[in-house]
Design a protein around this ligand. Structure first.
Ligand SMILES: Cc1cc2nc3c(=O)[nH]c(=O)nc-3n(C[C@H](O)[C@H](O)[C@H](O)COP(=O)(O)OP(=O)(O)OC[C@H]3O[C@@H](n4cnc5c(N)ncnc54)[C@H](O)[C@@H]3O)c2cc1C
Length: 400
């Protein structure tokens, strides 16, 4: 009960702070939001960030402190020398986002190894008014993971342990720095599936996925992280640890605070642990690569696929001809599985079920009907796992 009282008090404070953020910058929560004025080493007092057609002038808030040698000594005392990174090459990478659109000027990257260390460094930064930005795999596409000025970068990548996995319920509890691909492989070995999969899986962290409410290739089947994440642990700006790491699927004990953190892009605190519901792996997987000549047909095909493939539809992905051209021209070893004719749109449909012949028959009947009704102009079904992987490469390797 006490835990809930504390939690509710902290939440009230956090929400109040977020509202006040519009009015004042003298607020610890404020510094988490990297798109707003944060710290600066004095090198770049004004920056412009454009959001669509809007250009936002961003100035460093002078009320934030700059790093000094006492700060470095404190961090080294808490984290150990090697987890306080000042190496220019490593900082260069951490200061630039995936798209190379945003560049910060941080002089310091901290690598905490556990929740207690995250709590200590946040509490310290708060007391010293040092701006911080949480960073995961730095694969976000909107610049949220890189500093604007000289914020201290905090990356929980060293917190990458699997804490527990329950084979009966399928509930995985892990630290926030686990790389998504490692979780996918771990679960695959256990006979389960991560309900989230995306092209950045080799680098992104589950804490970053939660903080961006990432969707990905499994969304059509398993829905959003708001449905799959059962619990979280997070550290607030003042160092307080919020324990919301429940593993109950049906939890109706009141406010569900974890939802505020899902998609909050680090603005409320640093996510340190996650519990997530994972479905069992099913044995029969079929993949079709299709061509469509107009966008309306793609939409109709999606509606039809939901209706006719129902419970076995596990992915429905789309590429236009420009994306396809890029893939074919720039990725080594990738080829168009369809005839050389150019099509306007391409679709990848995957089904996953438990009955090989029934699932295949269902997909084939769907494809035949779609072909006859003119929704698709060409298509091919993967004959083996290698062909299936090559179809997926076309979609997933668009990241390069
Ligand atoms: C090739 C590619 C494919 C992608 N595909 C998809 C897709 O299919 N669907 C989709 O939704 N997105 C997609 N994305 C974007 C997606 O949001 C990110 O890839 C991923 O979810 C971010 O995780 P990350 O660990 O890299 O976080 P980062 O990029 O490091 O950070 C993202 C945000 O989360 C915050 N953050 C990171 N870790 C934490 C933490 N532990 N606690 C609190 N805040 C934190 C950061 O401050 C930042 O605001 C794709 C990106 C790429 C490059």
């Amino acid at each position: 009960m006490d835990k809930y009282k504390v939690t509710h008090r902290l939440l009230r404070q956090s929400i109040k702070s977020l509202v006040n953020r519009q009015l004042t910058s003298n607020n610890p929560i404020y510094r988490f939001i990297s798109a707003f004025p944060l710290g600066n080493g004095g090198r770049n007092p004004q920056l412009y960030r454009s959001f669509g057609s809007l250009a936002t002038k961003v100035e460093r808030n002078p009320s934030f402190s700059s790093l000094n040698s006492d700060d470095l000594s404190y961090f080294k005392g808490v984290l150990g020398e090697k987890n306080v990174v000042q190496d220019e090459d490593r900082l260069e990478t951490a200061n630039i986002d995936w798209m190379h659109k945003y560049k910060g000027f941080s002089k310091l990257l901290l690598l905490p190894r556990n929740t207690e260390e995250v709590s200590k460094i946040l509490e310290y930064c708060n007391s010293r008014r040092l701006a911080v930005v949480p960073q995961g795999g730095n694969t976000g596409l909107v610049g949220g993971s890189v500093p604007v000025f000289d914020e201290v970068i905090i990356n929980v990548g060293s917190m990458n342990k699997i804490i527990a996995f329950d084979k009966v319920s399928g509930i995985l509890v892990c630290e926030a720095g686990c790389i998504l691909e490692n979780l996918i492989s771990y679960l695959d070995n256990q006979g389960f599936v991560m309900p989230l999969d995306l092209g950045a899986k080799g680098s992104c962290q589950i804490g970053g996925n939660v903080s961006t409410n990432a969707g990905g290739l499994r969304f059509v089947r398993y829905g959003s992280l708001h449905g799959n994440v059962l619990g979280l642990e997070a550290v607030l700006a003042n160092g307080d640890v919020l324990d919301m790491l429940g593993t109950l699927r049906k939890d109706n004990t009141g406010y569900d605070l974890k939802h505020l953190f899902i998609g909050s892009e680090g603005s409320l605190g640093i996510v340190t642990k996650v519990s997530i519901l994972t479905p069992p792996k099913l044995s029969s997987v079929n993949i079709a690569f299709l061509a469509c000549e107009d966008y309306l047909s793609c939409q109709k095909l999606l509606s039809e696929a939901k209706r006719k493939l129902g419970e076995i539809l596990s992915a429905f992905e789309f590429l236009d001809s420009h994306a396809m051209d890029l893939v074919l021209n720039h990725l080594e070893g990738v080829r168009n599985p369809l005839s050389s004719a150019v099509h306007n749109f391409y679709l990848l449909i995957e089904t996953t079920g438990s009955d090989e012949s029934y699932d295949k028959e269902k997909l084939e009947a769907f494809l035949l009907h779609s072909m006859e009704s003119g929704l698709i102009s060409d298509g091919v079904l993967a004959q083996d796992i290698n062909q299936a992987s090559s179809f997926w490469r076309i979609r997933e390797d668009q990241k390069h």
